[in-house]
Design a protein around this ligand. Structure first.
Ligand SMILES: *[C@@H]1O[C@H](CO)[C@@H](O)[C@H](O)[C@H]1NC(C)=O
Ligand SMILES: *[C@@H]1O[C@H](CO)[C@@H](O)[C@H](O)[C@H]1NC(C)=O
Ligand SMILES: *[C@@H]1O[C@H](CO)[C@@H](O)[C@H](O)[C@H]1NC(C)=O
Length: 653
């Protein structure tokens, strides 16, 4: 096997000497035109091209690994990288922008220009999908949550309030990209207008026209494209102005024939061929087997068509940034997406080659008529299981809430987005505590929350959790979780006087698809709280638990664990020292229950025993030589240590 491999490499090296790079092949004689669809096949700068693309999102990959993942894509023989752009990260507060040096918590992920330049350095073209709506299983489909503060705002329509914000955002984003267009010497060969608008619940084509015009007015000169399921037809696009592509997971020939009928005489392309799928919490890990993948990708390239694989490398929904499905819109059919966005793609979450990678390589070689120089396949990024870390410090929930600076007092319930914090942008992510003081709670009292909660609830009396933990998927059908409307809980078996009641609500990720308008989190106006059929109406103290880096990295006065670990909710801390450069690892959370994991101040993501995800990808670059700190916010039952694993762990649900 090894011998065979060496011979193969030598052969490639010999023939490679004569091969041009992609840019040499397409641009050696200067650049006179971009991607053209004026004939039934694509040309770029006048030369035929089959677009062989893969999706990888810069905001889901640690930037220190960008080049590794991009080179792996190129080494498979692909010629194009596709990425979405995430508005919620680039403008996390109203009017505060971050493109890599804005000082926000996700700053390190946000240097989009560098990401695109690396793609060009690695000899790739780029398809850019700037939204503003991107779906992507990403928090609210990429919308910043502060948009919700505008009463009645209608995202994804020509609503003036919404379009005012889109215009301002594109006014910041697009000038950074104009020089990176192909005909200006950069990598971007096509730009998508909005995203799968044919599936939007309300279609307002005036909106699509306005987004189109904004792109053109701001200097986007390359080909503009749309992408939709073939059955959406032209319902979400403007065929005269925008070139159409289709999205699918199977039946390529039917999809392409349908596209051909809609758009005769034009090239054929799938913008999203789904290589695998994403996971919601409480589902089993999704995979698409190798043979199925082989058959479909083969049928696509044989058609012949251009294709972008979604995903080529899924990556991770770091922090609180996963999206969700919403179903009916009242949250009863809510399904939050996991932190891992592995997607069962050609590259795994941690960048390993999977069986699909070899298949891509084989089929691209077979079908691509234009041979160019490709790099050797990069070696794997090293990964280890570090020794377990012992929990040495803890903080109770009451202590945690005392460390929150911005406590809001309100006579009415306010959603987290409506809180007067963050320079008028409200709370975007995390947990919100709704507190009542001095309550008399007689034995067997029943607390009722009307409506569906968004999304989970913990009830504490005098700092002690009285609601149930989440240990299996069926618990999602009980009090405290989004599926139940108007649900109740019996609080105590004894009388409690002068009690402090905490209702802790978690935003488990805003919906990214379907009915997107009502995405408020926390206790919203369709929720009321009753104690023994009497509405709680005295003033609320509302405590935003945002877990921002500046808060997470304070020096807390940790309590010892010598007397044992206290039950959650609480913060639990362990530290460890690395002598050498850190490498990648997975944190094994199988002994923990539910909450979030914070590494050196950065919220890595969520853990939940219900699965399928049981481990969190921890990129080496998020660790450092010397001391490292892991803090776990555990809602229920903490474990005595934090374990690591070399490989990801999925649980069958
Ligand atoms: C470009 O592709 C078309 C369609 O396959 C083909 O007819 C044409 O000959 C190609 N042109 C060149 C220069 O290879
Ligand atoms: C796909 O192929 C790889 C490599 O041969 C193998 O490890 C993997 O288990 C296969 N996956 C499936 C789902 O069959
Ligand atoms: C609590 O909920 C249960 C089940 O939904 C219901 O049968 C019961 O009447 C409720 N109790 C009160 C006091 O509302």
């Amino acid at each position: 096997m090894l011998h065979h491999f060496v011979v193969f490499v030598l052969l490639v090296a010999c023939t490679s000497a004569q091969l041009p790079t992609l840019y040499e092949y397409y641009t050696a004689d200067g650049i006179t035109s971009g991607l053209s669809v004026d004939q039934p096949y694509f040309t770029l700068n006048g030369k035929n091209i089959t677009i062989l693309s893969g999706a990888m999102h810069y905001f889901r990959i640690p930037p220190q690994h960008w080049r590794d993942r991009i080179r792996k894509l190129r080494a498979a023989g692909l010629n194009t990288l596709e990425t979405y752009v995430s508005w919620n990260l680039h403008e996390p507060e109203n009017g505060r922008f971050d493109f890599g040096s804005g000082g926000t918590d996700m700053e390190q992920f946000l240097d989009l220009q560098t990401y695109l330049k690396i793609a060009q350095e690695e000899d790739l073209f780029v398809i850019l999908r700037p939204g503003p709506y991107i779906c992507a299983e990403w928090e609210w489909g990429g919308f910043p949550s502060w948009l919700l503060r505008e009463e009645g705002i209608k995202v994804r329509t020509s609503d003036q309030t919404y379009m005012g914000y889109v215009t301002r955002y594109f006014g910041e984003l697009l000038p950074l990209l104009t020089d990176l267009q192909f005909t200006k010497g950069g990598p971007i060969i096509a730009v998508q207008v909005e995203n799968e608008y044919g599936s939007a619940p309300t279609k307002d084509l005036e909106y699509i026209r306005q987004v189109h015009d904004l792109l053109r007015d701001q200097g986007i000169v390359e080909l503009l494209v749309s992408s939709d399921g073939a059955s959406a037809g032209t319902s979400g696009t403007l065929p005269d102005l925008i070139f159409q592509t289709v999205n699918f997971g199977g039946s390529p020939t039917w999809n392409f024939d349908t596209l051909k009928n809609m758009q005769p005489g034009k090239p054929i392309m799938v913008m999203e061929y789904w290589t695998g799928w994403f996971d919601h919490w409480s589902e089993s890990h999704h995979t698409v087997d190798n043979d199925t993948f082989y058959g479909i990708y083969n049928e696509i390239l044989a058609y012949p068509a251009s294709a972008s694989m979604y995903m080529f490398h899924g990556g991770t929904n770091f922090g609180f940034l996963n999206g969700a499905n919403i179903g009916a819109g009242d949250n009863s059919g809510y399904q939050p997406t996991t932190t891992s966005y592995d997607y069962d793609a050609p590259l795994s979450e941690a960048g390993d080659y999977t069986g699909k990678y070899e298949i891509v390589k084989e089929l691209v070689k077979k079908y691509n008529p234009v041979e160019t120089l490709t790099p050797d396949q990069p070696e794997l990024v090293p990964r280890v299981a570090y020794p377990s870390v012992t929990i040495e410090g803890q903080l109770s929930f009451d202590e945690i809430t005392k460390l929150v600076p911005d406590i809001v007092t309100s006579d009415t319930l306010l959603s987290m987005e409506q809180l007067p914090i963050n320079d008028g942008s409200g709370q975007s992510y995390g947990y919100t505590v709704y507190r009542q003081y001095s309550l008399n709670i007689p034995a067997d009292s029943v607390l009722t929350i009307t409506g569906h909660v968004r999304d989970t609830v913990m009830i504490l009396i005098n700092g002690v959790l009285v609601s149930d933990s989440l240990s299996s998927s069926s618990d999602l059908n009980s009090f405290g979780y989004y599926r139940q409307a108007n649900s109740n809980i019996t609080l105590t078996s004894t009388d409690i006087e002068d009690a402090t009641l905490d209702i802790v609500i978690e935003n488990w990720g805003r919906a990214n698809f379907g009915n997107l308008y009502q995405q408020f989190k926390g206790l919203i106006d369709s929720n009321s709280v009753y104690l023994n059929n009497e509405e709680l109406t005295s003033s609320w103290s509302i405590i935003p638990l945002e877990f921002k880096k500046s808060w997470n990295t304070q020096v807390f006065q940790w309590n010892s664990v010598d007397g044992g670990l206290a039950n959650g909710p609480g913060l639990y801390r362990g530290t460890f020292t690395l002598e050498d450069d850190a490498v990648d690892t997975y944190i094994d959370m199988q002994e923990w229950d539910k909450g979030i994991v914070i590494v050196n101040g950065f919220v890595l993501g969520r853990h939940a025993l219900i699965g399928p995800q049981q481990s969190l990808y921890l990129p080496g670059p998020f660790l450092q030589q010397g001391e490292n700190e892991i803090i776990i916010f555990e809602q229920f039952t903490p474990a005595a240590e934090i374990k690591f694993s070399e490989n990801p762990i999925f649980k069958t649900v």
